[in-house]
Design a protein around this ligand. Structure first.
Ligand code: ARG
Length: 262
């Protein structure tokens, strides 16, 4: 059974601006964000059948809810994120504690910034590392050695798509769901040459985080309002589960970044 690490949004809000979506003036509605988050969890548990591990929310860490940025965990080894922005660096110790307490061998990177599974995604045999915005390209050489995986760096060029998971998602059937203009031309060409099955998202739906989905087996949980994307996913045989997540758009996040695959 799939297990996902999540963190309830008790202290979620916009307290700083570190991406173009975030505006301190854009106050979040705490009741709404809680009910959207609980709907997402209910969908994941009841409709998709995943098991959830809940972290304890921490006051003063409004973005801890985005557990995708915890780090990366594979084969019992967890590499903890090293956030680019000081505003999020306070989260690192909570993620580190969680992995340590849950029996992982915890590794911290020495040089470079790395924002975890928000920037590192993959299929079984090949991983992709987003770089150019939050994570440094160089960290992928170290991560490739640690996990013994080929990691292809992909350069992100649009500030709105600052983590790889905002514009790119490998699906369980081998297809890639992505938004090409978020990448530099070299990365776009590389993706197009190597992956025959590509589901391209429109800019309108990319801006509704249509690529920020949780894919488990033939289920895809995605933010609501991405009808074109849902239609194509259904043609590929996926069962789609839309969830309203617009309170989290205010921080630049959606379904996928609210979860971390264990
Ligand atoms: N406000 C957060 C940030 O800018 C959102 C993180 C979303 N996480 C993700 N994996 N895309 O860091």
């Amino acid at each position: 059974m799939s297990r996902l690490l999540v963190c309830p949004p008790d202290y979620y809000g916009i307290e700083y601006e570190i991406n173009p979506w975030m505006r301190i003036s854009d106050v979040t509605d705490s009741e709404k964000s809680k009910s959207q988050w609980y709907d997402l969890m209910k969908t994941l548990e009841d409709d998709v059948g995943v098991e959830l591990e809940r972290m304890i929310p921490i006051k003063g860490c409004p973005d801890l809810v985005f557990t995708a940025n915890a780090g990366v965990a594979h084969n019992g080894i967890a590499v903890i994120s090293k956030f680019k922005h000081p505003e999020r660096q306070g989260e690192e110790k909570y993620f580190k504690n969680w992995f340590t307490e849950h029996g992982y061998k915890v590794v911290s990177l020495e040089d470079g910034s790395f924002e975890g599974a928000g920037d590192l995604l993959g299929f079984d045999d090949i991983w992709f590392g987003g770089c150019g915005q939050r994570s440094d390209k160089e960290v992928y050489t170290t991560l490739s050695d640690i996990y013994d995986k080929e990691i292809i760096p992909l350069k992100l060029v649009n500030e709105k798509f600052y983590h790889l998971d905002t514009c790119f998602c490998p699906l369980s059937g081998g297809e890639l769901l992505y938004y090409p203009p978020a990448f530099d031309l070299y990365s776009q060409k590389l993706i197009a040459e190597r992956w025959p099955f590509r589901v391209i998202v429109s800019s309108q739906e990319a801006e509704r985080f249509a690529c920020n989905v949780v894919c488990v087996g033939n289920h895809v949980v995605l933010p609501s309002g991405c009808d074109e994307t849902m239609k194509v996913l259904k043609q590929y045989g996926y069962i789609t589960h839309p969830v309203e997540l617009n309170e989290f758009f205010k921080s630049g996040g959606s379904a996928k970044c609210l979860t971390f695959a264990l």
